[in-house]
Structure formats: structure tokens, C-alpha cells
Unconditional design. Structure first.
Length: 367
């Protein structure tokens, strides 16, 4: 990555750190992306053409709805920057940079440059998507080309501003810890927890996912909410959205929430293994419980879908395709959790094939 010679060394350092973080992130996805592009290439091209669509649709609504569409698109656009904030500036690097005696103006310039580096690929995607719509030139688009392009540019610039704030917030000094109250002196009586395995699971595999800027808890909650909402919309045939698209989203959410949860649990097990080996306790049951817990969100969504079908359309619940979908989903989820020795490429292939198989079976449910 070549930088201008006139660039301040601090800004150059920040840009090189961001570039290195993006290269590391791309390398971690290399084995996954080649399979994903091979299996879902046409879908990605379709999604690429949709990126600029909200900006064109916004100008066809009244200004409150148009503003809501543009703000929502900007927030979703800067979401990758928020997810990558720890890669862009690790905690030790951020602590070191805070100690530099630099003027605020220079810090803001570096933050804007780093945000621009992150927004450049998205800006190219916006340009390609807008070019596709301009080449197609549907009748409804011709009267609003200029304001639609302006709204798209405004959404991208707003996303750039939000990304700058995200990057700048990463360098803010942490809040001073509040002074804890002095506890009253009393004798400590050790108590053995009644359900020791559940107690250890909560302490070692539940609470850490919600503490110390760990986003695993929020990530799994968002994926679970997406899986439940998409499954509900799919079974109730929500209007204005194609049923196959809802089926694909519901199936993908089921598989992804299980895959991400199992991966988080495996990483936590790798961190805790030296300590668990040193403790005088049998950790096999605890580890099995932790791995099995990653199956609960997806199976809860499947159970809720079965109850909804039984309440709204009992005939659909008795169809053979419904049973095949439930069995296939169960086998796929159990395979994701029960085959930890798969290579990264094999795991991605299992996830993608499971999504495609469930989507194909689910498309027959409403035919």
C-alpha cells in the first residue's frame, strides 16, 4: 500500500494498521469465500444491484419516510466497520496511540482517512449498483434519476460520517471505574452450588459472551431474532416479499446461528482448556453441555414453527415435505455441532450445502 509522502506519519500509521487489519480479515475468509461465490454467485450479483435501490426508492416517498430509508441504509452500511473495530485497533494498540501528544485535528483527520479506506469498497459497490440501474433504466426510474443519485451519495456520505465516529470512539479513553463500596466484614462460608455443571456453564460459557466488549451475546441474539422473524414471515406468507426469499433467509438463519454459536463455544473451550485441565473436576460433562447449548436456539425456532403450523394449518404439518424439512434441518444442525474436526473449508461447505438443501426442500412446502 503506497501512501503520499506529504501524509503525516501518524495518519500513515493509522492507514497501514487499517490496511493490515483488512488484509487479515480477507485472509480469514479466503477459504469460505471461494465456496460461497461458487455456490451463490448469481445471488451475490443480485444483491449487488440492490445496494443503490433504497436511495432511488427514498425520493419517491415523503421526506420523513425518505429520511428514515437513507438513515437505515447508512447504519447498515457502516455495520461492517463496527464489527471490525477491534481488528482495526486492538486494545493494546489503541492504548499506545492514546498516549501520543497529538492535536485533535490531526486525530480527526486520521479517523476520516481510515473511515474512507473502509468506505472505498462500499463506494465502488454503490457506483456499480447505480450503474446497473441506470443501464436498465426502468420507466419509474427515469423521472427521479438525479434526486435518486443524490440520495444514494447522501447515504454513502452519512455512512462515512458514522464510520468516522466509530473509529474515533475506539480511541477514546476508557471511563474510570466507579469506586466500589466497601463491603461489610463478615465471615465467608463457602457453599457448593446445587447444580455445579449448570453453574460452571453459566460462569464460563454464558457470562463471558456478554462482558468486556464481547459481541457474541448480541450477535447470537440478533441472529436468533432474525431466524424467528424470518421463519414467522415465511410460514405466514408475509406480503410484498417473495416466499422463496423468506424460505432462504429462514433456512440460512437457522444454520448460521448454530454455526456461529458452535464456533464461539469451541473458541471458548480452547481458551479455558489449560485451566480446566488443572482444576480437580471432570470437565467432559461441562464441555458437552456447552456444545449442546449451541443447538438450543435453532431447535427452539423449529419447535416454534411446528407449533405455529399446528395452530394455523394442521394439514401442512402432516405433509411429508414438512417432516423431511424438519429431519434434514435436525441432521444438518447436529452435523455442524457434532463434527468439530472438519477443516475450515469442509465446515463452510457443510454450512452452504445445508442452507441450499433446506431452501430447496422448503420451497416445496408452499408449492
Amino acid at each position: 500500500m503506497r501512501l503520499p509522502r506529504s501524509l503525516h506519519p501518524y495518519s500513515a500509521l493509522r492507514l497501514r494498521l487499517a490496511h493490515h487489519a483488512l488484509l487479515q480479515f480477507a485472509a480469514s475468509l479466503a477459504s469460505s469465500m471461494e465456496i460461497f461465490f461458487f455456490l451463490a454467485g448469481p445471488v451475490l450479483l443480485g444483491l449487488l444491484s440492490v445496494i443503490a435501490l433504497p436511495g432511488f426508492l427514498a425520493v419517491t416517498h415523503a421526506w420523513p419516510a425518505a429520511l428514515a430509508i437513507i438513515v437505515t441504509q447508512a447504519v447498515l452500511t457502516c455495520l461492517p466497520a463496527w464489527l471490525l473495530r477491534k481488528r482495526l485497533l486492538p486494545a493494546h494498540t489503541a492504548a499506545w496511540l492514546r498516549q501520543m501528544p497529538l492535536p485533535p485535528r490531526l486525530r480527526w483527520q486520521a479517523d476520516i482517512a481510515v473511515a474512507g479506506l473502509l468506505m472505498l469498497p462500499l463506494g465502488l459497490a454503490y457506483a456499480v449498483s447505480a450503474g446497473i440501474w441506470l443501464l436498465q433504466s426502468p420507466p419509474w426510474l427515469r423521472p427521479i434519476i438525479a434526486p435518486g443519485i443524490a440520495a444514494t451519495i447522501a447515504a454513502w456520505l452519512l455512512a462515512w460520517l458514522l464510520t468516522t465516529c466509530i473509529v474515533a470512539r475506539r480511541l477514546r479513553a476508557p471511563r474510570p471505574a466507579q469506586r466500589a463500596r466497601t463491603p461489610a466484614m463478615r465471615a465467608y462460608v463457602p457453599q457448593h452450588p446445587r447444580w455445579s455443571t449448570l453453574f460452571l456453564w453459566r460462569q464460563l460459557f454464558w457470562l463471558p459472551f456478554w462482558r468486556n466488549e464481547n459481541v457474541i451475546g448480541l450477535q447470537q441474539s440478533a441472529l436468533l431474532a432474525t431466524a424467528g422473524a424470518s421463519m414467522l414471515a415465511w410460514l405466514l406468507r408475509a406480503p410484498l416479499v417473495p416466499v422463496p426469499l423468506l424460505g432462504l433467509l429462514a433456512s440460512a438463519s437457522l444454520v448460521i446461528v448454530t454455526d456461529r454459536g458452535d464456533k464461539a463455544v469451541r473458541e471458548q473451550i480452547a481458551v479455558l482448556r489449560p485451566a480446566l485441565t488443572a482444576w480437580p473436576l471432570a470437565s467432559a460433562t461441562l464441555l458437552r453441555l456447552a456444545c449442546a447449548a449451541s443447538l438450543l436456539p435453532a431447535f427452539a425456532v423449529l419447535l416454534g414453527a411446528g407449533v405455529l403450523l399446528y395452530a394455523t394449518d394442521p394439514a401442512a404439518l402432516q405433509q411429508r415435505v414438512t417432516t423431511v424439512y424438519a429431519l434434514t434441518a435436525s441432521v444438518a444442525l447436529l452435523a455442524i455441532v457434532g463434527l468439530p474436526r472438519l477443516t475450515a473449508r469442509g465446515r463452510v461447505a457443510l454450512v452452504v450445502l445445508s442452507i441450499l438443501a433446506l431452501s430447496a426442500i422448503g420451497s416445496e412446502l408452499w408449492n
